[in-house]
Write a protein that binds this ligand. Structure first.
Ligand SMILES: [Zn+2]
Length: 228
């Protein structure tokens, strides 16, 4: 049995869903990622052969199968095969601590699961802290961990919201993503200036008009700053 077949079987046995946007690090054992790269290399070789690309004498296509296999598992989809970045939580004193809104701008690179084309953009994560805080860079690390998979932008916004809520314990959060999609720019409608926006609002971000307004006002300020 091939390693990938063994891993698929393990997913099925443990009820671990293995869609393109799912993290499967929990069912992987040490060394198995490297074995999957070996098997994916052989599979990509046959894809290139099927596309009638000369892997033997074309110097640029020699080694492409291995580059693709490594790129998928270690880069484009690392968020599927690796555990969530460690986000140490610090206590936030409800009386004395920070009660305001925090908005973090995180650059994300993702890939659409329909066409495996790049999705590039920015996620704005707004939160009203509960009893715990995480380091500022952790918001971006978690967002990237969710993004580096095969996703749909709608799904990605939900994933980021869910994981940040889990890491912080806060129920009051907003995630707004603006991204361009390779599958819209490079194929199909070939629309080069198209931008897709998705928003997830939870708790007071959904219920309180003033919180929602503050979140989007902050995003505008962030965008002005970023465009300078
Ligand atoms: Zn697509």
């Amino acid at each position: 049995m091939k390693k990938y077949q063994e891993v698929i079987q393990r997913c099925k046995d443990t009820g671990q869903r293995f869609w393109a946007g799912d993290n499967i690090s929990g069912v992987l054992q040490p060394g198995e990622k490297e074995q999957l790269i070996e098997e994916a290399t052989v599979a990509f070789e046959s894809v290139l052969d099927t596309l009638v690309i000369d892997r033997e004498t074309d110097p640029n296509s020699h080694g492409t199968a291995r580059r693709l296999a490594k790129m998928y598992i270690n880069e484009l989809m690392w968020g599927r095969y690796n555990d969530m970045p460690n986000a140490t939580a610090f206590p936030n004193d409800i009386e004395e601590g920070y009660k305001g809104m925090l908005v973090v701008r995180s650059e994300i690179q993702s890939m659409c699961s329909h066409h495996h084309q790049p999705v590039k953009g920015v996620a704005y994560i707004g939160i009203i802290a509960g009893e715990t805080l995480i380091g500022l860079s952790k918001y971006t690390r978690i967002a990237q961990w969710c993004a580096r998979r095969g996703t749909l932008q709608e799904e990605l916004a939900n994933d980021i919201a869910r994981e940040i809520m889990k890491a912080t314990g806060s129920q009051n959060l907003g995630v707004y993503i603006q991204a361009t999609h390779g599958c819209v720019e490079n194929r199909g409608v070939l629309a080069h200036s198209s931008l897709t926006q998705t928003t997830v609002l939870e708790g007071s971000f959904f219920n309180e008009p003033s919180t929602k307004k503050e979140f989007f006002d902050n995003i505008k300020l962030q965008q002005e700053y970023a465009s300078k």
